[in-house]
Design a protein around this ligand. Structure first.
Ligand SMILES: Nc1nc2c(ncn2[C@@H]2O[C@H](COP(=O)(O)OP(=O)(O)OP(=O)(O)O)[C@@H](O)[C@H]2O)c(=O)[nH]1
Length: 381
C-alpha cells in the first residue's frame, strides 16, 4: 500500500512538472517570438533565458504602428516666417549697400564699391551696372542724403530688376478631369528630391491630390528618399528599381495619377550633366512619354543658390534642353548671395517661383518680390 501511494505521488509530481514546463514555454513563445518575414527561413531556437525574454519583449512593439500622416503648413505667409533666415545670410549685402549709400561723400570710388557689393552678391554685371546708374542719377536729381530716402530708392531699384509683374504661380491645372504633370529637373545635389517632397506638401496643403514619380532611377536612394517624403503626407510614389528607364517610370506615374483621379503628378528626374546630348536624350524622352498621356503644365528647374556662376551655367544647359517655366532656388538660407535671384531670371528669362530656405519639410516658400527685397534691405531689425 505504501508502495502504491508512493507511486501515485511520483506520477502526479512528474505530470505537474511537465505541465508547468509546457505552460512556461508557451508563454515565452507568445511574448518573445520574433516576427518571421514571408519567405525567411525559420530555425528551431533554444528557449531563451528569462533575462533575454524580458529584453526582447521590451524591444518588441506590441502593435505595428501605422505611419502618421502629417498636416503640412499652409503656404501663405511662409516667406514672412522664413524671412529671418534670408535676412541673416543676406544682411551683409543689404546693409553694406545702405552703409555705402549713406557715406559722407558719394564719389566715384563709393559708386564702384556699391557695384562691387552687388556683384559679390551674384547680381550679375548687367543688372549691377543698371542699378548703380539709376541710383546715381536719382540721388543726384533728388539731391538727397536722407537715409530713409536712400533706402526707399534702393528698394525701388531692386524691386524693378526683379520684375514684380512676372507670373510666379505654379501651373497645376491639367485638362478637364486629368492630372497636371509637373516635371522637376536640375543637377544632382541641387536639392531636387528634397524640393519635390516639399512641393508635394505644398500641393497637399492647398488641397490637391498628388502622385509622385521617382524617375531619378540613377540613384536608388533617391527613390527611397522620395518615398519617405510621400509617406509623410499620404502621397503614393511610383518607383522602379535602380537603373530602370526614367521615361517609363514617368509614364507609369502619370498613368497612375490618371487612374487615381489625382490633380497633380510630380516627376523627379536624375538629370546627370554628363554631356548636353545625353541630358537632352534623357529629358526629351521623359517629356515625350509623359505627353503621350498629358501635356506637361510646368517644368521647374532646381538651382542651388550657393553655386553662383557655375550653377547659372548649368541652368542655361537645362533651359536649352527643356522648356523651363519656373525656377526653384534652393539653399538660399545658407547663401549670402541673394542677388542670384536677379541673375537667374535675367539669364533664363523665367521667374523664380519658389525659394528653399532650410532643410525642414515646410522650409519652401513662394517667392514674393516685395518680401524678398524687404529682407535684403531691412535685415532682421
Ligand atoms: N539648407 C538647405 N538645404 C537644402 C535645401 N534644399 C535641399 N537641401 C539639402 O540639400 C541636400 C541635397 O538634396 P537632394 O534633394 O538629395 O538633392 P538632389 O538634387 O535630389 O540630389 P540627387 O538625389 O543626388 O539627384 C540635402 O541634404 C537637402 O537637405 C534648402 O533650401 N536649404
Amino acid at each position: 500500500m505504501i508502495w502504491l501511494i508512493a507511486a501515485v505521488v511520483v506520477i502526479a509530481a512528474a505530470a505537474g512538472i511537465t505541465w508547468a514546463l509546457t505552460r512556461s514555454k508557451n508563454e515565452i513563445g507568445t511574448a518573445a517570438e520574433p516576427e518571421v518575414e514571408a519567405g525567411e527561413p525559420t530555425e528551431e531556437a533554444e528557449p531563451p533565458s528569462a533575462t533575454t525574454v524580458e529584453a526582447e519583449a521590451a524591444e518588441e512593439p506590441s502593435e505595428p504602428e501605422a505611419p502618421a500622416i502629417e498636416k503640412p503648413e499652409p503656404t501663405a505667409g511662409r516667406l514672412v516666417r522664413l524671412r529671418a533666415r534670408l535676412s541673416r545670410s543676406n544682411s551683409v549685402f543689404g546693409k553694406g549697400l545702405l552703409a555705402l549709400l549713406s557715406s559722407d561723400k558719394l564719389d566715384e570710388e563709393v559708386w564702384e564699391e556699391i557695384e562691387d557689393t552687388l556683384l559679390t552678391a551674384d547680381v550679375g554685371i548687367q543688372d549691377a551696372t543698371a542699378i548703380v546708374e539709376n541710383l546715381r542719377e536719382r540721388v543726384q536729381v533728388l539731391g538727397t542724403r536722407d537715409p530713409a530716402e536712400l533706402k526707399r530708392l534702393l528698394r525701388e531699384e531692386l524691386t524693378a530688376v526683379l520684375d514684380p509683374d512676372m507670373d510666379r504661380s505654379i501651373n497645376t491645372t491639367g485638362a478637364e478631369g486629368k492630372p497636371a504633370p509637373v516635371l522637376v529637373v536640375g543637377v544632382n545635389g541641387a536639392g531636387k528630391t528634397t524640393t519635390c517632397g516639399k512641393i508635394a506638401r505644398v500641393l497637399v496643403a492647398d488641397g490637391n491630390k498628388v502622385v509622385l514619380g521617382a524617375a531619378d532611377t540613377f540613384r536608388a536612394a533617391a527613390a527611397e528618399q522620395l518615398s519617405s517624403w510621400g509617406d509623410r503626407v499620404g502621397v503614393p510614389v511610383v518607383r522602379r528599381d535602380e537603373g530602370a528607364d526614367p521615361a517609363s517610370v514617368a509614364f507609369e506615374a502619370v498613368k497612375e495619377g490618371d487612374e487615381q483621379g489625382a490633380d497633380v503628378v510630380l516627376v523627379d528626374t536624375a538629370g546627370r550633366l554628363q554631356n548636353k546630348a545625353g541630358l537632352m536624350d534623357e529629358l526629351g524622352k521623359v517629356k515625350r512619354v509623359i505627353e503621350k498621356r498629358e501635356p506637361i503644365t510646368e517644368t521647374l528647374l532646381i538651382i542651388d543658390a550657393t553655386t553662383g556662376q557655375n550653377g547659372l551655367r548649368q541652368a542655361e544647359v537645362f533651359s536649352q534642353v527643356t522648356d523651363v517655366s519656373g525656377v526653384v532656388l534652393t539653399k538660399l538660407d545658407g547663401s549670402a548671395k541673394g542677388g542670384i535671384v536677379i541673375a537667374v531670371q535675367r539669364a533664363l528669362g523665367v521667374p523664380v517661383k519658389l525659394v528653399g530656405l532650410g532643410e525642414g519639410p515646410d522650409d519652401l516658400a513662394p517667392f514674393e518680390v516685395e518680401g524678398f527685397v524687404d529682407a535684403l534691405v531691412d535685415g532682421t531689425d
